[in-house]
Design a binder for this molecule. Structure first.
Ligand code: GBH
Length: 479
């Protein structure tokens, strides 16, 4: 057991996202997002489900806040559904006061319960109309202008009460899953069996660029017009997992590990902290990777008050020989679960991509601190699904030993990183509730709370909820 501790100002809690929990897909003026459309397209979601009802959180605001309070959470991260607030999405389209009211009530209820809200502006539910009009972030000028107006509307409505803002959740996922593999909305890819439109070799880089410029633009507005009077801070959340070399003796695999993290994380973090895209990406992608104008990079560089970190797992990485494929987004390498000697990176979860490997969390925190000048880090997501959880008898499901161990190991690794000087100040477990797990539907559960979808979305705490609490009560110093 580690003896290291976390500073008294460290905060912890839970995270969710609008489309994954809210339901009420057509109520009080909400119009479809690209996820409504995508999930209702045959074969896009594994179990054929969607977010029409999800956890019904739109109708269970008080219940969810009470649940958070009962868990001892200090912070709750949720996202705002743009199509609730501006149903058509655009800068000249009407604002839906009813939509804003829901979030306003949620913020009030959290504050009354002594829980700090952390608000994500965009967790993937783009108004469908903006996709129809101009293909969303593929159109930089339109998207930046519309996102900017949306952000202002939200800052005006919630600003003084909300002190922590996240512009985008995981621009990598938005770009790559939405515009290269097509596994997420809007499902664009070069594979014509999957999508009638799309160019996976160009579009993800354009989309990523748009998201960076939109982030930088909104941060600039926040800092100039809101920061002083609202006293808050703003950043972006990036996903990124750890990489271990397949052959620890092969310098090409070691280099591939760095490249893998650069393609996943530094794609966005380098422009924000260093003012340029990574050399490894420029080298592989040439002019398919856009360039920043002077004006753009002035907005993007230095645009994080904190680094939002989503982290789940690790892979062994093996370099590939030869030229990368045109639509390669990973840096010409393979992601593996076993190394050269047959060692496994970690046990199976319920997600084909997720195998816990807690030492990678400490290593990645350190890597980020070293590369980006020890920024203030908020861990905005970390958690796991459990293999077969959906089919377990309830008592076994509620005593979620695999998830409890995951949190012990990962929160332990976080504490070690903090002890080594990494400036990490917040930790949010993913997720408060079992919820709509995107293209995996409801088969994979990430909650510390069981949601009984067959029984009116009834919530029942899993044991991991109290484990997370006990860990932070043990680790956070009192003074
Ligand atoms: C997060 O993404 C999301 O922010 C959250 O909404 C989600 O519920 C949570 O994770 C759990 O999944 O199989 O090749 O398509 C985590 C980062 C990166 C994890 C992409 C899944 C899929 C790779 N994600 N990855 S692939």
């Amino acid at each position: 057991m580690t003896t290291a501790t976390l500073p008294p100002d460290f905060r912890w809690g839970f995270a969710t996202a609008s489309y994954q929990i809210e339901g009420a897909y057509n109520e009080d003026g909400r119009l479809p997002s690209i996820w409504d459309t995508f999930s209702k397209t045959p074969d896009k979601v594994e179990d054929g489900t969607n977010g029409d009802v999800a956890c019904d959180s739109y109708h269970r605001l008080e219940e969810d806040v009470a649940l958070l309070k009962s868990y001892g959470a200090q912070v709750y991260r949720f996202s705002i559904a743009w199509p609730r607030v501006i149903p058509l999405g655009g800068r000249n389209d009407p604002i839906n006061e009813k939509g804003l009211e829901y979030y306003s009530k949620l913020v009030d209820a959290l504050l009354a319960a002594g829980i700090e809200p952390v608000v994500t502006l965009y967790h993937w539910d783009l108004p469908d109309e903006l996709y129809r009009r101009y293909r969303g972030p593929l159109n930089k000028e339109e998207f930046v202008a519309d996102f900017t107006r949306y952000a202002r509307v939200v800052f005006d409505a919630l600003g003084p009460r909300v002190k922590k803002w996240i512009t985008f959740n995981e621009p990598w996922c938005i770009s790559v899953l939405g515009y290269n593999t097509g596994k997420h909305a809007p499902g664009r890819t070069s594979d014509r069996k999957l999508s009638p439109e799309g160019d996976g070799s160009r579009e993800p880089w354009i989309v990523g660029h748009t998201l960076l410029v939109a982030h930088g633009t909104v941060v600039d507005i926040y800092r100039r017009e809101y920061k002083e009077k609202h006293g808050g801070e703003i950043g972006i959340t990036l996903n990124g997992d750890w990489a271990e070399p397949w052959d620890p003796e092969d310098p090409r695999d070691i280099e591939a590990c760095t490249r893998k993290i650069e393609f996943a994380i530094s794609w966005f973090a380098d422009p924000i902290y260093h003012g340029k895209y990574p050399d490894s990406m420029r080298k592989q992608l040439g002019d398919r990777l856009p360039t920043f104008t002077d004006e753009e990079i002035a907005l993007v560089k230095g645009s994080n008050d904190f680094y939002g970190m989503n982290h789940y797992c690790a892979n062994y990485i093996r370099h590939r020989d030869g030229e990368p494929a045109e639509d390669d987004v990973a840096g010409n390498l393979d992601h593996l679960f076993e190394d050269k000697f047959g060692n496994s990176i970690g046990p199976e979860s319920n997600c084909p991509w997720l195998r816990p490997h807690a030492p990678g969390f400490r290593k990645l925190l350190k890597w980020l601190a070293d590369r980006y000048g020890n920024p203030k880090i908020y861990v905005t997501e970390n958690g796991t699904s459990v293999k077969g959880e959906n089919d377990m008898p309830l008592d076994q499901l509620l005593d979620d030993k695999f998830r409890q161990q995951y949190y012990r190991d990962y929160i332990g690794a976080l504490v070690e990183a903090a002890n080594e000087g990494v400036n990490v100040k917040m930790y949010l477990a993913w997720s408060l509730l079992d919820n709509f797990e995107w293209s995996e539907g409801y088969q994979s559960r990430f909650g510390v709370t069981f949601v009984d979808y067959k029984n009116g979305q009834k919530r029942i705490p899993k044991k991991s909820a109290s484990v997370v609490r006990e860990l932070f009560e043990k680790y956070i110093r009192k003074e």
